[in-house]
Each structure stands twice: as structure tokens, then as C-alpha cells.
Design a protein around this ligand. Structure first.
Ligand code: MIC
Ligand code: SF4
Length: 643
């Protein structure tokens, strides 16, 4: 039996386990990346593990999320990351160099290699044929130290792309269509591979738009073949030597297959407040809009911004609309400037922001009250934009540009001829904003600078024999990490200050939660399906840990989040019968008599509530995960096992 692309990469990096769907496998990781909002924690953990020099082929730290610097906090964190990386052998991408995923794709991603990143959109590099996965910061720290990365062997989903995209329809519409087909849960436990004739017509950055937003399917990752187009992209980046061809074997077996005919696709939009709430732009046409934001790791490549520039040239952004554009990288930004496209964007009235995540993570540019914002981003979760009653629609750069001019949701196909973009044979390569680490000999001399914003990491605690605790919060299906630990201008600066962050935990769902959790001394959280979807931020586990949360009971969990819970010693139980969700209420006092024994060796336990309800819970853990939980988290476990 032949292998799929992902299976080939897994096979060549397999350290432990069998490649059987559902089994735990350990992978050797070639490259890691971090960004600043998760990086501070990851490096504090790297230090806590006592790692002197990273053991990966390449590790890069990017500064792209926390660039607003409204107080000293972000700048302090940046200086810490700059010095800690210099000391431990990690490259440092300075603020201004661009969004981690865009820069990594341009400068470092390599087909056939493995990458984990402390950011859920790390699969962007799947566009170049890399096995790239989002992970918690602690898992990334372990991988930097040469440790194995563990995942559950995923099933394989194949998406056959046939035909060719019509004018004004682009890669974003492809992934929105896939989200319509599969939903935000459809990729859970799976790797999505793209195949078929249609692949050839997509450039690497377009493929990367598709793999980037594969995160929204809940997939472990997404991947494209590495072909002549990949080779041309790498050569244009001056990295032709990194190319290897990669395709699935003709007799590779997939667990599910779908076909998307590119020629029948039309412009689509993800409506509030979920990336899989898809409608055609045709249905939304004419809706008044207030804001358009173009950029993010999904749609900020040269191809995307040149398209927008051509569409805006000589026009003026509608008076009722504010348009922001954030180029994905310094490379993109410089090339836009050199070819004059930047002048077209400025001329039309676009507000050019720095090359960073910016509005995507609510760092500025929040829409007006009840505003309608069209964004080329990947997430439109409630309140993520910074305005709780705003309605955010996720669209392609083409729809965004057409609508910015029209002042209403507009179908770009009505604009006549589509702009023809030819990408240069050579991109402008200048890595002057990527600092190399100190040599091994000089490293011990590097002083790691820690500002006052950096507080110690809360420590996980080994479980007691019995757990008696209140269900202090009951939430519905599809709770995102933006609900659990929101971001935005007021909160993001405290990513290295867990006590301060805890004041904002779950406040999107219940403003009184932090106070209640403190008063109760912690407790249990009850969730629905797909609990913890979205970001890789381990703060969504760390902060509840700080507030005394010992267990989460849910109908099902999102992959990265459940790994983060275990990493910090919070026990994830799933309801054996999802209907039992109704039997448990917020405020119920519950007991699990054999809590510790269950963690050590049982697959099911019974939780008894004061009101008399008895509910069966499953505990599907690997031996390794049981040991981590018994140690009170991965940091304790790693320390115990390295002596
Ligand atoms: C996001 O898009 O939500 C983020 C911000 O990039 C996160 C990481 C974080 O919370 O720092 C992600 O996607 O993992
Ligand atoms: Fe940054 Fe947004 Fe991409 Fe997250 S999704 S990495 S916040 S641009």
C-alpha cells in the first residue's frame, strides 16, 4: 500500500508509535517557530527546562502580534525574546519584518521537513509541502530542546481540486468552500491533503492561504504536493536548493475524499461569528459596510496585495468605509513600494499598517459599534475584533477591495476585467531583519533581559486522590480560545503576566467568572463540542490553572487545546453520553472519588453531583499523558525524566 504525502513525512520522522489512525505517535521536529504572544512563555519554559542550546535544525522567534506597544509591556517582552533567543541558538525576526507564517514561508519553510509553531496557523507552511503543525508553547519548547512531539496519528482526507478558478475568484474562496463542506469540526483528527489537476494552477502563496485556514477546520494540518510551482517559488526566494518533489503514491489510501471544482466556485464569505458560516457574496450583495481590513497570515502575500492595488488604482475608498492594509512581510512591503503599487493603495485612501497581525488579533482597528467589517483574515469569532457587537465577515482580497470602493458588499466580478498579476521571477531577498544567535562560545556571555512584566509561570500540581469541586462555568458548543482567554489591545500585553491575565479569563462568556473562580478556589468547567477550538495559546489552559481549574468536562475537545490542558495538568474528561450535558448544571457540586486512580489507569469514571445525577465520563489518555497529568504537567514531567 502506498503512502499519502503526510504519511511519507511522518514515516521519515517517526520516533515512536505505529502509524495507525488514533494511536499516539512521536515525531522528530526539524524546525520550530514562535511568535511574541506565545513566545515569552515558550522561552520561559525552555529556560525552566535547563536547555542551553536548541537542538533543532532551525528555530525562529518572530515579533508580529504584540506590536502596538501602548505601554512598556510589549517592548519588555520583545527585549526578553531577543536576548533569550540570542543566548539559546534561535534566530530572531525583528518587529517590522513581518507575520511569522508569511516570513517563514518565504525564507525558511522546506518541503518534506517537519515544523511546529506556537501558533495555530503554522500549517501555512503546508503550502510548500512541509508537515507544519500548531502546538502549545511548552510543546515547542520541548521540541527546541530536541524532544519528541507527540500527536495522535491522523486520518487522511483528500481534496481533489479540478478545473481552474474564474476571474476574481481566489484561494480564499477555495478554503471557504472547504469550510462549507466540512465545517469547523470536519478536520478534527485529520490531515487534509490537496491533489488533482487544479493544484497546478495555484501558486505557493495561494496554496498557503488554503493550508493556513485549514486550522479553522480543526485539522492537524493541511498539505500540498511539492512540484514545479514549489520549485519556482523556492528559486524566486533564492532557496532553490531546498526543493524536493513530493507527491502521494498512486495507491495511497485516504479515509475520505472530496472534490472541489475550481471552475464552479464563486466569491464566498464566512458570516458572523464562525469561519464555517458560509454564504455566497451574491446573497450578501448590497449590505452596507463600515470597514475593510486586508492582510493577516491568510491573505497578505505579494499576489494578494498587488491584486488589491490594481483594483484600487485611481479609485477612492468609499467615504463610509475605513480600509486598512497590513502587508505580510517586509519583502512584500518593499516590493509593493518598488513597483509603485504602494502608491496606488495610499492614493486610494487605504490606511497602511505595519507588517504585523494588527487588526486580526484585535490590536487596533476595532470596528465601530454594531459595525460591519469585511476582513481577509481567518477568524471572525465573537469579540475578536475588539468590538463585541461588530459583525465580521471573512472574504477574499478581491471581495474586500471591490466592497471598499462600493461601500457595500460587492461582487468583484461586476467590475469587468480581472487584474492580471505576474509575480516576479526573483523576490527581493534581504534578511537584514533576522538576527542570528550568538555562537556557542559567546552564548553564555549574553545577558537575558527580563522586564517587570514577566511573571513566573504558574506550576501544575499533582492530582489529589479525590476531586470534589463545583462546576463553576457551563458553556455551549464550539467555545474558542478567544472566549477562554481573549486577546486584543488591553489584554495581549499581559501574555507573560498570568495573574493579570486571569482578570480577563472567560469574561466574553461571563464577566463575573474570574471573581467567582477566585472566590470558589477553582473548580470544574463544563463545555460542549469542540471545546477550545481556535488558537494554540496555552494561556487558555495556564490561566484557568492559575484560577484553580482542575478538570474540564466536554462533549469533545479541539486538538491543540486538549494537549495544552494536559501539558498544564488539567484533566480533560469527555462525556460518555453527550446528552448527559443536560444533567449537569453550573453551580453543581460534584465529586470524583477515584480521581487519581482514574488518571493513572482508568478509561471511565463516574461523577456524582450533589443533586443526585450520576454521569459517566471517559478519559482517553495515552500512557505518556497519564504520566504527565500525574506529575502535575509536562514541565514537571520533563524535569523528573531528565534527571
Ligand atoms: C490567533 O490567531 O488567534 C493567534 C493570536 O495567532 C493565536 C496565537 C495566540 O493566541 O497567541 C493562534 O492562532 O495560535
Ligand atoms: Fe497573526 Fe492573525 Fe495569523 Fe494569528 S491569525 S498569526 S493573529 S495574522
Amino acid at each position: 500500500m502506498g503512502y499519502t504525502i503526510a504519511q511519507k513525512i511522518i514515516k521519515s520522522h517517526l520516533v515512536s508509535g505505529e502509524m495507525k489512525v488514533g494511536e499516539e505517535i512521536g515525531l522528530r521536529i526539524d524546525q520550530t517557530l514562535t511568535q511574541d504572544a506565545t513566545g515569552t512563555m515558550a522561552y520561559l519554559q525552555l529556560e525552566a527546562m535547563g536547555t542551553e542550546r536548541v537542538k533543532t535544525e532551525l528555530s525562529v522567534a518572530y515579533i508580529d502580534h504584540n506590536t502596538l506597544q501602548a505601554g512598556f509591556e510589549n517592548a519588555d517582552d520583545h527585549r526578553y525574546i531577543q536576548t533569550v533567543t540570542k543566548r539559546h541558538g534561535i534566530r530572531f525576526s525583528r518587529p517590522g519584518n513581518g507575520i511569522c507564517h508569511q516570513v517563514h514561508l518565504e525564507r525558511f519553510a522546506i518541503p518534506g521537513k517537519t515544523l511546529i509553531g506556537s501558533d495555530s496557523h503554522t500549517p501555512t507552511a503546508g503550502g510548500i509541502g512541509m508537515l507544519a503543525m500548531g502546538a502549545g508553547g511548552l510543546d515547542v519548547a520541548v521540541a527546541m530542546g530536541g524532544g519528541t512531539y507527540y500527536i495522535t496519528m491522523p486520518k487522511m482526507i483528500k481534496i481533489n481540486l479540478t478545473g481552474k478558478l474564474s476571474d476574481f475568484v481566489s484561494a480564499k474562496d477555495v478554503i471557504l468552500e472547504v469550510l462549507r463542506l466540512l465545517s469547523v469540526k470536519g478536520g478534527v483528527g485529520a490531515i487534509v491533503e490537496y491533489a488533482g489537476e487544479g493544484v497546478k494552477s495555484l501558486s505557493v502563496p495561494e496554496r498557503a492561504t488554503i493550508t493556513n485556514m485549514g486550522a479553522e477546520l480543526g485539522a492537524t494540518t493541511s498539505i500540498f504536493p511539492s512540484d514545479e510551482t514549489t520549485k519556482a517559488f523556492l528559486e524566486a526566494e533564492g532557496r532553490g536548493e531546498c526543493f524536493i518533489p513530493l507527491a502521494s503514491d498512486p495507491d495511497a489510501v485516504y479515509d475520505a475524499e472530496y472534490t472541489v471544482d475550481l471552475s464552479t466556485l464563486s466569491p464566498l464569505a464566512a458570516c458572523p461569528h464562525s469561519p464555517d458560516n458560509i454564504k455566497s457574496v451574491d446573497e450578501l450583495r448590497g449590505m452596507k459596510i463600515n470597514q475593510v481590513c486586508i492582510g493577516s497570515c491568510t491573505n497578505s502575500s505579494l499576489r494578494d496585495l498587488l491584486t488589491v492595488a490594481k483594483m484600487l488604482k485611481g479609485k477612492t475608498v468609499h467615504p463610509d468605509v475605513s480600509l486598512s492594509i497590513s502587508p505580510g512581510s517586509k519583502q512584500v512591503y518593499t516590493m509593493l513600494a518598488e513597483c509603485g503599487a504602494l502608491a496606488d493603495l495610499i492614493g486610494a485612501g487605504a490606511r497602511i499598517l505595519e507588517c504585523a497581525c494588527g487588526p486580526c488579533i484585535g490590536m487596533g482597528f476595532s470596528p465601530e459599534s454594531a459595525g460591519v467589517s469585511l476582513r481577509t483574515f481567518n477568524r471572525n469569532f465573537l469579540a475578536r475584533s475588539g468590538t463585541k457587537d461588530a459583525n465580521v465577515y471573512l472574504v477574499s482580497p478581491e471581495v474586500a477591495a471591490a466592497s471598499a470602493i462600493a461601500g457595500v458588499f460587492a461582487d468583484p466580478r461586476e467590475l469587468g476585467e480581472a487584474p492580471k498579476i505576474t509575480l516576479p521571477e526573483k523576490f527581493l531577498v534581504n534578511d537584514n531583519m533576522i538576527e542570528l544567535p550568538a555562537s556557542e562560545a559567546e552564548a553564555p556571555e549574553v545577558e537575558v533581559v527580563r522586564g517587570p512584566n514577566i511573571k513566573p509561570i504558574p506550576k501544575g500540581k499533582a492530582p489529589d486522590e479525590k476531586l470534589s469541586a463545583k462546576i463553576i462555568l457551563k458553556v455551549e458548543d464550539n467555545i474558542t480560545t478567544d472566549h477562554i482567554m481573549p486577546a486584543g489591545t488591553k489584554i495581549l500585553p499581559y501574555r507573560s503576566n498570568v495573574p493579570k491575565l486571569s482578570e480577563f479569563c472567560f469574561t466574553v462568556c461571563d464577566p463575573a467568572f474570574p471573581e467567582r473562580a477566585k472566590a470558589e478556589g477553582g473548580g470544574i468547567i463544563l463545555g460542549g463540542q469542540n471545546y477550545g477550538q481556535g488558537s494554540s495559546r496555552e494561556h487558555a489552559a495556564l490561566v484557568p490553572l492559575y484560577l484553580g481549574i482542575r478538570a474540564v468536562i466536554a462533549k469533545s475537545f479541539a486538538r491543540i487545546h486538549v494537549a495544552n490542558l494536559i501539558n498544564f495538568g488539567i484533566v480533560p474528561f469527555t462525556l460518555a453520553d453527550p446528552d448527559d450535558y443536560e444533567k449537569l448544571s453550573e453551580g453543581d457540586f460534584t465529586t470524583i472519588e477515584n480521581f487519581k486512580e482514574a488518571i493513572a489507569s482508568l478509561d471511565t469514571v463516574t461523577i456524582k453531583s450533589e443533586g443526585g445525577a450520576e454521569v459517566k465520563l471517559n478519559l482517553s489518555l495515552t500512557e505518556r499523558q497519564r504520566k504527565i497529568l500525574l506529575a502535575g504537567g509536562l514541565l514537571n514531567y520533563t524535569k523528573e525524566n531528565s534527571n
